[in-house]
Design a protein around this ligand. Structure first.
Ligand code: SAH
Length: 354
């Protein structure tokens, strides 16, 4: 039983059953015991591995697509280069290395990282040593300037609410305590927000909505439409909510999401439909593209061959399997998806055009 489990149980005993969204927020970002607050979460020794931790090619290709979009939008100066939830800072380091030779890109950029965890900020500082970085707690703190933004595996850790279809209608799934153990129960409330969504998914018996996902996507769309720029969002999920996707990972293995509070990663699948609908109220949004197809369009095969020329033995084997892991439909190639957000009447960034 972790220290955080006891805190959560006390809170439930005091105030009653807790929505899944509040549970996720406490588990991930509790100021003392939250998973991201004090963990070495990512990479081979952590609990999960993200695309930039698998291969430098991911960040290089995404970085060049972002830089091309900056050139297509007539190289606004100064501009904000920003990342949401940069983890170890590997993705931004790869983006910066790949864009070093793009004339004036680095000279014009003002680098901002939106990161909630002090421990993660330390890692990012080490990875981006030599760059002038501004850390922010909130997206709304970004200066009103053209924004070139990347978010990889950020939206999957934003809190979700879950609703189950029962004979009573849609009931919110909550977390309660019984015999000192956390377990799921159904609450009575059914909100209007869920009703509108259910019209589209008549057969689902579980619905997930992530209010912060909608809020972030709206804010990104509004900022980009008003100031110019481009956002590339990559994450795992489906077009629409697809049943119960709350998942806990510890040491690269799935575990019960109600155990190991604060010591396991907790995520849910991202609804690209919700992202798209929210951002497209303000700006233009690309279609949702599988990660494998995006990386192929951006030239991962050629890049992989170039890098392979200087490799042999185990290093070459790892490189070949990393390429496959990022792109193959049975690995990350189709579960992971991407969208781009740009101002209306602007061309989509490389890789996103139909
Ligand atoms: N983008 C990284 C890793 C993502 S892990 C990669 O591709 O490797 C999620 C990151 O988002 C962590 O750095 C975590 O501390 C941060 N984070 C989670 N919720 C956040 C929030 N609400 N606001 C800001 N940062 C958050």
């Amino acid at each position: 039983m972790t220290a955080l489990s006891n805190i959560i149980k006390k809170q439930i005993k005091r105030f009653g059953p807790m929505p899944v969204s509040e549970y996720m927020t406490l588990c991930l970002l509790h100021p003392e015991h939250g998973y991201y607050t004090n963990r070495d979460a990512l990479g081979a020794t952590g609990d999960f591995t993200t695309a930039p931790e698998i291969s430098q090619m991911f960040g290089e290709l995404i970085g060049l697509s972002i830089a091309q979009s900056w050139i297509d939008q007539e190289m606004p100066t100064p501009f904000i280069l920003a990342e949401l939830g940069p983890g170890n800072g590997t993705l931004m380091a790869d983006i910066l290395r790949a864009t070093k030779s793009v004339p004036n890109f680095h000279a014009s950029m003002d680098l901002h990282l939106i990161e909630a965890s002090p421990e993660m900020r330390k890692r990012q500082e080490t990875a981006l040593n030599g760059f002038n970085v501004t850390w922010l707690n909130y997206f709304s703190e970004l200066p009103q300037k053209p924004l070139f933004l990347i978010a990889n595996e950020f939206f999957d850790c934003l809190p979700i609410k879950q609703y189950r279809r029962t004979d009573e209608g849609w009931q919110e799934q909550m977390i309660a305590v019984e015999n000192e153990q956390l377990h799921f129960i159904l609450g009575t409330a059914t909100s209007e927000e869920v009703f509108s969504k259910t019209n589209d998914v008549p057969s689902a018996d579980m619905l997930e909505v992530s209010p912060p996902t909608v809020a972030f996507a709206s804010a990104i769309g509004e900022h980009i439409q008003g100031n110019g720029g481009c956002a590339i969002i990559v994450d795992y999920g489906e077009w629409d909510s697809d049943g119960d996707s709350l998942q806990a990972l510890k040491d690269h293995r799935k575990i019960d999401p109600l155990t190991h509070c604060g010591t396991a990663d907790l995520t849910a699948h991202v609804s690209f439909k919700d992202l798209t609908n929210a951002a497209s109220k303000y700006a233009k949004v690309s279609s949702t593209i599988p990660q494998g197809i995006l990386l192929e369009r951006l030239g991962i095969t050629q890049r992989a061959q170039t890098l392979a020329k200087n490799m042999s033995g185990k290093k070459l084997e790892n490189h070949i399997s990393a390429h496959k892991r990022l792109t193959h439909p049975d690995e990350m190639g189709s579960l992971f998806k991407a969208i781009a957000i740009i101002p209306e009447n602007t061309d989509l960034p490389a890789g996103f055009n139909e």
